[in-house]
Write a protein of this length. Sequence first.
Length: 267
Amino acid sequence: MTQELIKSISIESMLANKKAAMDNIKQALELLNKAQDYTRAFGMGTINSWLIDEYGRYHPMLESEPLKAIEREIDRSGWQHLMKESGLTTFMDAKRRDEWSKTIREGKEIPPMNKNNIFATFDELHNNRGTMFEDGVENIFKRLSWEYKTNCPCFFGKIIIMNGMVSYNKKWGFSSSYSSRGNELYDLERAMRLLDNLPELDHRSSITQLFADAVNGKEQTIHTDYFYLKWYQKGSLHVTFKRLDLVEKMNQIIVKRYPGALPARTK
């Protein structure tokens, strides 16, 4: 299953290249240690003085176990590449993507990149892709504020209102809010497109970018295939859904997640 998800990559070749790289790095570390013996003998410094970046951070070669540190960096890049090629991030909402990115970035819980771990990880993600998508729809719903009458605490209505999407200044007018709230709009469009059996859009052409461009261009409304957006000085964004059939599909997910909590709905 995993190789079918990542058709553009030969996992065997990727792991063979990793092994070759680690073999060469091991040899390079041995040569560096030899070189350091010579420089120390004549007071010309050590590896430590050569491998510190502009922020004062040590290179992985300087850690107590440099070979393991370097392998961790290689694994980090490898996992990122595999995830991108698999397309499974399409089924993740902003929260889950952030968690995955944090794990990869910090490198504390990255599993070693070997065949067993790659197949286990991607098979699990593939098998759970439906659940991940439903989690995303549920998280969109849970982030809505119930202070607005149009935001029904039971299901998605024709109109929803999202807070903190814009800011307003009398002198400069509107500006978009570059915060995690922008990801909520992206998640909403992503859910609609997947329910419409269409691929996810790149961030550069998504509603998030269109919204930012419109706000910063002094506009106050946007029309897309799925939404009519209008924003107000107090920072709220009114989202009117154009495809109520897709809204109903999102509501079916909410009913599935909270069968006992939702009252009977009327159309």
